[in-house]
Design a protein around this ligand. Structure first.
Ligand SMILES: Nc1ncnc2c1ncn2[C@@H]1O[C@H](COP(=O)(O)OP(=O)(O)OP(=O)(O)O)[C@@H](O)[C@H]1O
Ligand SMILES: [Mg+2]
Length: 194
């Protein structure tokens, strides 16, 4: 089946919201955000788009309903691509959130999905994000209203990425993955101790 390509409109891009380690995030239209990946930029103009689609599909396959509704969209001239998402109100997951049983159970489910992903030798999802490396949060899991967790980012430690970005991802995976796994365990244990 042929994939339908969706395009974004440059004039709907609004104010800059965040310029993190991996994404440059802007308001888009009235109620959305558009996110440009710095990593995918290094894949090159042609290769970035299929990789972005593949990474999102893999994330959706493993994490299902927990992945924030995300579309990969292209610029009209097909030179750039981005992720389009609804604009959400919430905050990155911190240990105190897990005092709530509903959120804790959702977190456990997400980690089961993550463990399945690792077991099947897939590239691991970057759950921790840059802020999570430096502060006590897991920044790619957001807590939104109605006691719900959502994954806002489908960046993978994709060590099969084309060169030269593969070298950076290999390096990041080596450094960040152990920190991520340790933090996941700490977050899970917090509740177990109570
Ligand atoms: N869908 C969204 N709705 C509202 N704000 C968003 C959304 N996606 C991202 N943001 C804002 O942009 C910030 C960075 O998002 P994102 O995780 O995509 O970028 P990043 O560069 O990967 O950052 P990090 O390395 O910390 O994870 C979020 O913490 C949030 O404040
Ligand atoms: Mg992120």
């Amino acid at each position: 089946m042929k994939k339908i390509v969706e395009y974004y409109e440059k004039n709907k891009k609004g104010k800059l919201l965040s310029c993190g380690s991996e994404h440059i995030v802007y308001n888009y239209d009235i109620d959305k955000v558009i996110k440009f990946s710095i990593i995918h930029f290094f894949y090159g103009k042609q290769r970035g788009y299929p990789w972005a689609c593949e990474e999102l599909n893999l994330t959706k396959k493993y994490f299902g309903k927990y992945v924030l509704d995300t579309k990969i969209v292209r610029s009209k001239d097909q030179k750039y691509h981005a992720q389009l998402q609804p604009k959400i109100v919430g905050h990155p997951l911190v240990p105190q959130d897990l005092d709530n049983k509903i959120l804790y159970n959702q977190f456990r489910e997400i980690i089961n999905c993550y463990n399945n992903m690792c077991k099947n030798s897939c590239p691991e999802l970057d759950l921790i994000g840059q802020s999570g490396v430096f502060t006590n949060c897991i920044s790619n899991i957001f807590v939104v209203e109605q006691k719900k967790l959502v994954i806002i980012d489908s960046t993978l430690f994709n060590t099969k990425a084309p060169y030269p970005i593969r070298l950076l991802l290999l390096f990041l995976r080596k450094i960040v993955l152990p920190i991520q796994n340790r933090k996941i365990q700490e977050f899970l244990n917090l509740h177990n101790k109570k």
